[in-house]
Ligand binder design. Sequence first.
Ligand SMILES: [Zn+2]
Length: 301
Amino acid sequence: MDSIKRIDIHSHITAFPEYAPDCKWQGRFCSAEEMIEIYDKLNIEKGVILPISAAEGQMTPMTSESAKFAADKYPDRFLWFCNIDPRALSNGDKTDLSPLFKHYKKLGAKGVGEVTCQLYFDDPRVDNMLSYAEEFEMPVLFHLHTKFGGSYGLVDEAGLPRLEKMLKKHPRLNFIGHSQVFWAEISNDCPENERGGAPKGKVTEGRISKLLREYPNLWCDISAGSGWNALSRDPEFAEKFLNEFADRILYGCDVCATLNTHQYLMDEFLRKMYADGMLKPDVWRKIARENAISLLKINLE
Ligand SMILES: [Zn+2]
């Protein structure tokens, strides 16, 4: 293990493991203590706990309050985001969401997410929520899906035109992209039926690179099987991609259950790139921690 301490941009924890429902194939959400064990194995200094408030595709929602409660127990190891559903309060496109943003920001939330609700990315209610996130200077981390039903996440078509519309409309808001549908766009030849999966093979530069060049407010979360698949399917392209966009790539795990192991694959992959000289120390430091420190404006070296 190298000595660069990582920051995990994408973590899910329950403050109440004794009450959390279990799922046979992947266990339940980790407790803070279980996550710290994983963090110690991976040299992760701190993680960002992301509540999931939408019901779609989840065993149980995780509240912002639970995220804060778990983070406060170990302030040296965790930060937290709040989750403000675009349908909160009155399910309207002109709802004043500022009381919620003000409240959670005052409590210490560093951003908003993971956004997992099933609405179009440019639905007027999502647009409204993003306006408040922009005003309150809180980055938004989102999950995408190809369609309504069958999974969770904001819906967008191939090429992510609705995301682009929002990137353009909210230039002061930092968007953090994540999930299979986001990462499928690393290559420009993804067949429609593989957008929600793990497309393989050599990458020909896709929409993500173009969006990153055009919109300085787009960031990438490389957590989960989706981030790992996108980079490991073509290490040569990954080298180019990670070096070109070194200032806006964020290390992450997305451990959402006790039996997950995907977090070790990504770390191993990046460690190998670093050992092979494909990632220089300054680039690896940015990805592993410095980008998160600057995006979230936290007080770490
Ligand atoms: Zn997640």
